[in-house]
Design a protein around this ligand. Structure first.
Ligand code: HEC
Length: 112
C-alpha cells in the first residue's frame, strides 16, 4: 500500500512537467527590464503608485499578468502601461516570472 501511494505521488509530480521555472523567470524579467519601473530588487518601485512585486505569491502574480493580457476581456485588468508589457509573454512565461518574483526577499507584510 505504501508503495502504491508513493507511486501515485511520484506520478503526480511527473505530470507537472511544465512547472514554473525560477531561472527562466529571472531571465525573462531581465530581458524585458521589468525593474525599470518595479525598481531594484523588485522592492523599490520608481513611483509610489507602482506595486512592489518581490515576495508576492507566485500564483497571484501570474494571475495578475494574465489579467493584463486579457485587458478589457472577461475579468481582465485594464492598464495601459502593463498591457504593453505582457503582450509578448506566454502563460508559461508568466508562471515562470511569478515563481522568480515570489522567490525574492520581500517587504510585503500581512497583519497578524
Ligand atoms: C513602464 C513601467 C512598468 C514596466 C516596465 C513594468 N511594469 Fe508592471 N506595473 C506597472 C504599473 C504602473 C503597475 C500598476 C498597474 C495597475 O494599476 O493595475 C504594474 C503592475 C504590475 C503587476 C501587478 C501587481 C499587483 O500587485 O497586482 C505585476 C505582476 C507586474 N506589474 C509585473 C511586471 C512585469 C513582470 C514586468 C516586465 C515584463 C513589468 N511589470 C514591467 C508599471 C510597469
Amino acid at each position: 500500500m505504501k508503495k502504491l501511494i508513493f507511486a501515485l505521488v511520484a506520478g503526480a509530480f511527473c505530470v507537472t512537467a511544465s512547472a514554473a521555472d525560477v531561472a527562466k523567470g529571472e531571465a525573462l524579467v531581465k530581458k524585458y527590464n521589468c525593474a525599470a519601473c518595479h525598481g531594484a530588487d523588485y522592492n523599490k518601485p520608481i513611483d509610489p503608485t507602482y506595486p512592489k512585486l518581490a515576495g508576492q505569491h507566485a500564483d497571484y502574480l501570474a494571475h495578475a499578468l494574465r489579467a493584463y493580457k486579457r485587458g478589457a476581456g472577461a475579468n481582465g485588468r485594464v492598464n495601459p502601461i502593463m498591457a504593453g508589457q505582457v503582450q509578448p509573454l506566454s502563460n508559461q512565461d508568466m508562471a515562470d516570472i511569478g515563481a522568480y518574483l515570489a522567490s525574492l526577499p520581500t517587504q510585503l507584510v500581512t497583519s497578524k
